[in-house]
Design a protein around this ligand. Structure first.
Ligand code: HEM
Length: 182
């Protein structure tokens, strides 16, 4: 399996739970790639889910909670890899509206083999943004953490509502972001 999501998850696991736990999880998880991965690429999302399942068993932390905190870590990692996407950006909602047409479009140019989600965004007044997520991969659970990472970066506080959409397998969801003032 390849990809930044996998590499990030392994790094997150090592820093949050230590090398011993990470080693055990990687040994137990049956990874078809044998743990070999590159930065981005076509990969089997089942490997990510497999790691999360084993990590959850070892740590007693719920899988959804692990994925959520990983999303925030992943944002920091993406920004480290591509700080250029945050240049000239000064507000959270405008940045998020640009994921589809600016950021992921450029990511596709850099890595034609990357498989990325689709986002459709709509504003509802000044303080609300709706984000509709759709992907071939069941990674909707990563989105709230990614948004939190971004909101921290911009110093804005938002409440994030997460509504899974049919078939409720993590490949489709609607997120409602409401800006909190003060
Ligand atoms: C600097 C900003 C960003 C960059 C450079 C970036 C780039 C990328 C890259 C390279 C991947 C593919 C990883 C892989 O192949 O394993 C990816 C996946 C993903 N991105 Fe972005 N991204 C950014 C911001 C965001 C934000 C803010 C969100 C959500 C609010 C988001 C949502 C996702 C999700 C959910 C995936 C996982 C794949 C999937 O769901 O199908 N990204 N992104």
């Amino acid at each position: 399996m390849k990809g930044m999501v996998l590499r990030g998850l392994v790094e997150h696991m090592e820093s949050a739970f230590g090398l011993d736990v990470a080693d055990k999880v990687l040994l137990e998880a049956d990874l078809p790639s044998g743990g070999a991965y590159t930065t981005v690429g076509v990969y089997d999302h089942a490997e990510v889910l497999e790691i999360v399942t084993h990590l959850s068993r070892h740590t007693g932390v719920d899988g959804a909670v692990l994925v959520d905190s990983f999303g925030e870590f992943l944002f920091a990692m993406l920004v480290d890899a591509h700080p250029e996407f945050l240049e000239d950006q000064d507000d959270l909602f405008t940045f998020l509206e640009g994921i589809e047409d600016i950021i992921h479009v450029n990511v596709r140019r850099l890595y034609p083999e990357a498989e990325l989600p689709r986002f459709a965004c709509a504003r509802k007044g000044d303080d609300q943004l709706l984000m509709h997520y759709r992907s071939h991969r069941p990674f909707a659970g990563l989105v709230p953490g990614l948004i939190r990472g971004a909101s921290r970066h911009f110093g804005e506080v938002v409440d994030i509502g997460h509504e899974p959409l049919p078939p409720a397998d993590g490949t489709r969801a609607r997120f409602t972001l409401t800006r909190r003032s003060g």
